[in-house]
Ligand binder design. Structure first.
Ligand code: ATP
Ligand code: MG
Length: 292
């Protein structure tokens, strides 16, 4: 990162801060913050061909280096798969990107100008980074429609949700989303009555309603049936290009269906990177992860 880029970055960060301060000045105060979802996807400078950039990032927990000089970047519109053994640091990496965990050292940029280490978790969501945790977190007592509507409200930062009415464009988007996440036939069902896979799709739909630039998904197909997994693969392939995605998974057949570049993490750093065939043929990867 050149000094003038950093300076430009600092200026843009100031501008973003102003926007974010304004946003939080609503009656609801921390409502956006409390959901942790994307509210205002700002402009992200991807002119250098990277939407996410990590360099020499490290974090220790009680002296144990969970992330150890990790460097990685992701191109705009890319669907990057991350694999690696348990404890490799995959979830911790997502915690760092989303501001949940502060690294001890290193650089984390969103586009070439937004220094994510200067932001809090809720602000990072507002900048346009959505995150899907492993366990589905939908509102079980609300219908599928209401869940999606709520995501949109949160996105708009509406002062009082009582007075929120979908306009026709938003209604169209919501209808389109129902088709995308294959829940058009379940629009009035309570989210609590959906299958595990459907809940996962609903949550992904809620994140997408907020139009994130970058979406981080931690083990999205864990616990899904084979059919649900196949449908999820289809969904991710349709999202690629429109969003940048980082997908952590242990399910290799799922990875095979969706992957272009696969990054293998081990001991908090990148062990190997390439197509799935390339990394599967790598002796070091076989040794630590895939087995013989
Ligand atoms: N908050 C924390 N405090 C202490 N140790 C932690 C914390 N978060 C993660 N760790 C440790 O850091 C290491 C990396 O954990 P992490 O959850 O990132 O692995 P992972 O690659 O996501 O593994 P899995 O595939 O099992 O989900 C582990 O040894 C874990 O115990
Ligand atoms: Mg994990």
């Amino acid at each position: 990162m050149t000094p003038d880029l950093l300076e430009q970055g600092a200026r843009r960060v100031e501008a973003h801060s102003a926007v974010l301060t304004g946003l939080n000045n609503t009656e609801s105060g921390g409502r956006n913050a409390s959901t942790g979802r994307v509210a205002t996807p700002g402009e992200v400078d991807v002119s250098h061909g990277r939407i996410l950039y990590l360099e020499d990032v490290s974090v220790s927990f009680d002296g144990f280096k969970a992330i150890n000089k990790l460097s990685l970047d992701i191109a705009p519109g890319e669907l990057r798969c991350i694999i690696g053994p348990n404890g490799a640091g995959k979830t911790t990496m997502m915690d760092i990107i989303t501001g949940k965990t502060r690294p001890d050292e290193g650089t984390v940029f969103f586009g070439s100008t937004i220094d994510l280490l200067r932001y809090k978790e809720a602000e990072i969501a507002q900048l346009g980074i959505g995150r899907k945790f492993q366990k589905p977190t939908v509102f079980e007592q609300l219908t599928v429609f209401e869940n999606l509507e709520l995501a949109l409200k949160t996105h708009k930062g509406v002062k009082s949700s009582m007075f929120f009415k979908l306009d026709s464009q938003q209604g169209d988007r919501l209808a389109e989303m129902l088709v995308t996440i294959q829940l058009a036939g379940s629009v009035n069902r309570l989210a609590g009555n959906l299958s595990h896979g459907q809940k996962q799709w609903l949550e992904i739909g809620m994140l997408l309603m907020q139009d994130p630039k970058l979406l981080l998904l931690d083990e999205p197909v864990a616990g899904m049936t084979d059919e649900e997994t196949a449908r999820t693969a289809e969904l991710f392939l349709t999202l690629k290009g429109r969003h940048s995605l980082m997908v952590v998974e242990h399910d290799m057949s799922f990875i095979r269906t969706i992957s272009e570049i696969v990054t293998v993490l081990c001991d908090g750093a990148v062990l190997a990177q390439g197509t799935l065939d390339q990394v599967q043929a790598d002796e070091r990867v076989i040794e630590v992860y895939l087995g013989r």
